[in-house]
Design a protein around this ligand. Structure first.
Ligand SMILES: Nc1ncnc2c1ncn2[C@@H]1O[C@H](COP(=O)(O)OP(=O)(O)OP(=O)(O)O)[C@@H](O)[C@H]1O
Ligand SMILES: [Mg+2]
Length: 251
């Protein structure tokens, strides 16, 4: 029979339930068990994205000694909140061998197995110092600037690490949208509308639908990439106006 620790190392869902007391929703369980390299999660508000990111980061850190895990968020406030989810889980963790913290800063921690979890806000200059990340998670990726995304990706080059973008959509723009619609075969794509979140009731959704502009409701709860409110031309109009037959002007 497998030792308990080995079982939890091999199964992040068992780890979430037994070590963290976190019962994942079905979609969260699929994400925790996913073992590919590139994942796009298009999820509605409050579906549990940040919680899932925190579980994934901790599981990787505990069972792959020496890992660097980067969790990127659009703002300092959001990276602080996400990091708090990680530290809350860690301070209540139940394992045969309790992990020890070597270092605990406001937005990063190092375990005694030399794994680090770093929660980064979107200030591109803070990102360039890291290398060899084995897992990068972008939370609210639709609001993370494209420059940051392109600064972060090369960190996976040598490590062969995994990249997960999780977000509620925010218009037909930016890297999250582009990877989702035209990012090619390398990505696995999962959409989680509010109907798949057991904590969001039909009554609440009806109230939101009656209150919110259609544009926001379809983005926030139905996970649709709607046009942005201030957009003059639609995405389809812009795509339709492009032609490979016309040489770009050179200045
Ligand atoms: N599997 C779960 N079981 C019980 N509660 C959960 C689960 N997943 C998430 N939650 C709770 O749902 C709430 C929202 O979770 P979380 O912050 O992870 O979602 P989110 O998708 O990141 O939200 P937002 O869109 O606001 O960023 C939190 O109170 C969290 O504790
Ligand atoms: Mg969140």
């Amino acid at each position: 029979m497998l030792s308990n620790d080995l079982r939890l190392a091999l199964d992040a869902v068992a780890f979430a339930r037994e070590a963290l007391g976190f019962e994942p929703d079905p979609w969260q369980a699929n994400v925790l068990r996913w073992n590919g390299k590139r994942l796009l999660l298009n999820c509605c508000r409050q579906s549990g994205k940040s919680s899932t990111a925190a579980v994934l980061a901790l599981h990787r850190a505990l069972y792959h000694p020496g890992s660097l895990i980067l969790v990127v968020s659009p703002s300092l406030r959001q990276s602080g909140e996400l990091f708090r989810k990680v530290t809350d889980f860690l301070s209540n963790i139940k394992l045969e061998q309790q992990p020890l913290l070597k270092e605990d800063n406001r937005l990063s921690l190092t375990l005694d197995n030399n794994s680090r979890i770093v929660s980064l806000p979107s200030t591109e200059t803070t990102v360039r110092g890291f290398s060899g990340a084995s897992l990068i998670i972008e939370d609210e990726a639709s609001r993370v600037p494209d420059e940051l995304y392109y600064a972060v990706r090369p960190m996976l080059a040598v490590s062969g690490g995994r990249l997960i973008l999780m977000s509620t959509p925010f218009g037909k723009r930016g890297h999250f949208f582009h990877e989702f619609v035209e990012g090619g075969e390398g990505w696995e794509r999962i959409s989680i509308p509010a109907s798949e979140c057991p904590r969001i009731s039909q009554d609440f959704l009806k109230e939101e639908q009656a209150t919110m502009p259609d544009f926001f409701f379809r983005a926030e709860y139905l996970c649709e990439f709607t046009e942005t409110v201030d957009q003059v031309f639609s995405y389809e109009q812009v795509q339709g106006a492009l032609s490979d037959d016309i040489e770009p002007l050179q200045f």
